[in-house]
Design a binder for this molecule. Structure first.
Ligand code: HEC
Length: 126
């Protein structure tokens, strides 16, 4: 009986270590490998829908917020300027607060968050 208990204990230790290791490395990845879509030359003073926002929304959000996407349609991305302006503030907020794109996808880089913030602040230029 005692032996069985010891073996069980061993298994639990191994499982716990694996879970802990996985949790730690995941956290590390999120910081190191945050996707960075910021384009050279696009800054917080010249960011527009055309030179930056359009591609990011299309490539990172449309799989769920597109025509056949799984997200409940608060925001249905039509890939148009008007659509991005209409939902812009909430889109920016979800990105800045790391709630979109949802886990396990990695939150955007600080450079990307700054570009989204700047785009809204500048009045969402086309
Ligand atoms: C893997 C699928 C998926 C991807 C990719 C995704 N979303 Fe979502 N999104 C969801 C789901 C599911 C909901 C509804 C559940 C919720 O509100 O948390 C949602 C809700 C939202 C909402 C409305 C809810 C709120 O908090 O206001 C906004 C705005 C949003 N997403 C923006 C985005 C943006 C911007 C991107 C791209 C950077 C994105 N999402 C990428 C699945 C996704």
């Amino acid at each position: 009986m005692k032996r069985i208990l010891n073996i069980r204990c061993g298994y639990y230790c191994i499982i716990c270590s694996i879970v802990l290791l996985a949790a730690c490395s995941k956290k590390g990845d999120a910081v190191v490998n945050a996707p960075n879509f910021a384009i050279e030359g696009v800054t917080d003073t010249n960011v527009t829908y055309t030179n930056y926002i359009h591609n990011v929304l299309k490539n990172s959000c449309s799989s769920c917020h597109g025509k056949t996407g799984s997200a409940p349609q608060y925001w249905y991305n039509t890939n148009t300027y008007e659509n991005a302006v209409q939902y812009g503030t909430r889109i920016m907020e979800t990105i800045v607060e790391n709630s979109m794109p949802p886990a396990p996808r990695k939150p955007f880089s600080d450079a990307d968050k700054n570009l989204f913030r700047a785009w809204i602040k500048r009045g969402s230029p086309e």
